[in-house]
Design a protein around this ligand. Structure first.
Ligand code: AMP
Length: 503
């Protein structure tokens, strides 16, 4: 039985030493090379007596990032990837929350890393690779690791302006990886065309399926998602047979009319997760790949990527919603109404909040007991022993087939081009701008636009320019509305209903 994720790499390095494990635009890395590079990283951490500690990986999306992740794991530590395009002030907030033991970067990003590192040591990947490793020291470190130890902390948007670090342990990833392999028949024949950024939890599927099964994962250059001909040419050249993309990426290709124009002959499995997948665009894909397997996967970062899934097994009209289906194996989904009672599974259309019980659950938010206690709560249906469930904040119902259907969010979290964003985080950044009095951000779902309403003396573009240092590009409002007066409701709060009418 697999105990730690490093067992996956050890097995694949033994079974498929010279096979390409991961490849990016610059290089491919075999399983045995990956194992060696990862162990050199582990050795540096062991030599510094770093154990059970956070390691920040500050690199472009590349095969080296995977070596760093595994290096952290081989030494009994855990990793946090930080996007190299993230604004410095946001990185600083993550650094403050995490207090990492060290940062791994490369020569190209050394200066940027040093700018936010403070007293945290910054190590260069290429320098580490000049060293060696001692298998005995690595085995000794791994012997001290248990499967409930942390594997990674991924940061998601936080409504107060500070990103939340979702803590996931080894066991949760192994549980998930076993389920994915069995459900979708992933094997050494699988060739992934990888889309998700490594700071986004969708990437967990491609990374760990590759490591576990001796598959091959091609990290698709981000720019190709704007160049359909190149994207489909790349997938064809690499003989990709499995993709797990965010619906926005699938939709862009359908909207650009690229799906039926550039057929990838090897493509067999089309999985997606992270936001609503509209049937209109899915039907475009289904027409071009009628024999492919399609699956709608659902889940937040807090439950290790996926807790429900629906394998598309019937026709859907363009305006119908796609189910999120049924709980994954070894995962329990409780749909709770406002009184914390289970909604009936046999009566269609009764709405409730989707809550999750299982090995998949996160250990909470790093260094943030308040947010942890709010979302990870005692199962209200269990009054006899401690049992934590995660409240997703997603409103769902059962349909007449007993499938779970996604409705909406309970709060102000949105998905914009696949990115999870708390509108509160943008509002906090805008509030800090000199000259802004009040502000409120809404999401125009129809037009996929973040809309900023504000009052104050400053001009709209200047507000946007001012927050560029605080939030990532994908959080920058797409529409700016300056108001003379903010509408206020009877409770004295900003009237979002009134603002919605102005969208
Ligand atoms: P993230 O933590 O970035 O994976 O975002 C999780 C949130 O994305 C969930 O709480 C849902 O609101 C949304 N989400 C994820 N998968 C789906 C899906 N298949 N359909 C609809 N919404 C989804």
């Amino acid at each position: 039985m697999t105990r730690l994720v490093t067992d996956y790499l050890d097995n694949s390095a033994k079974d498929f030493p010279n096979k390409t494990a991961f490849a990016d635009e610059k290089r491919g890395i075999t399983f045995s090379e990956l194992q060696k590079e990862a162990k050199k990283i582990a050795q540096v951490l062991i030599d510094r007596s770093v154990f059970k500690s956070p390691v920040v990986v500050y690199l472009e999306k590349s095969v080296e990032v995977i070596s760093c992740f595994m290096g952290a794991a081989y030494s009994g530590n855990f990793y946090t990837p930080i996007d190299v395009t993230m604004p410095e002030s946001r990185v600083s907030k993550i650094m403050e929350t995490l207090s990492p033991a060290l940062i791994i970067t490369d020569g190209e990003h050394k200066e940027a890393a040093s700018a936010f590192a403070g007293n945290t040591p910054v190590l260069l990947y290429e320098e580490i690779q000049k060293g060696t490793f001692d298998d005995k020291a690595i085995s000794a470190a791994l012997n001290r690791v248990i499967d409930t130890d942390v594997l990674y902390v991924l940061f998601t948007s936080g409504s107060t302006g500070t990103p939340k670090g979702v803590i996931i342990n080894q066991k949760a990833v192994i549980d998930y990886a076993e389920w994915v392999t069995n459900t979708f028949n992933i094997s050494s024949e699988t060739i992934f065309g990888e889309q998700a950024p490594f700071y986004f939890d969708n990437s967990i599927l491609d990374i760990y399926q590759t490591l576990k099964n001796g598959a091959t994962c091609y990290i698709i250059p981000q720019k190709f998602f704007m160049l359909p001909k190149n994207l489909f040419g790349y997938l064809t050249e690499k003989k990709v047979n499995t993709i797990f993309w965010v619906p926005s990426a699938l939709c862009i290709m359908a909207n650009l009319k690229a799906v039926d124009k550039f057929i990838v002959p090897t493509l067999q499995k089309i999985l997606f997760c992270g936001e609503v997948m509209p049937n209109k665009q899915l039907n475009v894909w289904r027409k071009s790949y009628p024999n492919a397997l399609y699956a709608n996967l659902y889940g937040p970062t807090e439950i290790t990527d996926v807790c429900a899934y629906y394998i598309v097994d019937r026709e859907f009209a363009d305006d119908e919603s796609l189910p999120i289906g049924f709980p994954c194996k070894n995962t329990d989904i409780l749909v709770l109404d406002d009184e914390n009672k289970l909604v009936p599974t046999t009566t269609a259309n009764v709405k409730g909040e989707l809550c999750v019980r299982g090995t998949c659950n996160s250990l909470g938010y790093y260094n943030n007991p308040e947010k942890t206690q709010a979302a990870f709560v005692q199962n209200p249906l269990n009054t006899v022993y401690n049992e934590i469930i995660y409240r997703t904040g997603d409103v769902v119902h059962y349909n007449e087939h007993g499938e779970i259907m996604y409705d909406c969010r309970k709060d102000f979290q949105i998905k914009h081009m696949g990115h999870r964003i708390e509108l509160g985080e943008i509002e906090t950044a805008i509030s800090a701008v000199e000259g802004v009095e009040q502000n409120c951000c809404l999401y125009d779902t129809e037009k996929s636009k973040i809309v900023m309403f504000y009052t104050g003396s400053i001009e709209p573009q200047a507000v946007v320019d001012a927050i560029k240092n605080a939030v990532p590009d994908y959080m920058i409002p797409n529409k700016k509305v300056k108001l003379d007066k903010m509408p206020i409701n009877l409770n004295g709060k900003i009237d979002r209903v009134e603002l919605k009418k102005m969208l």
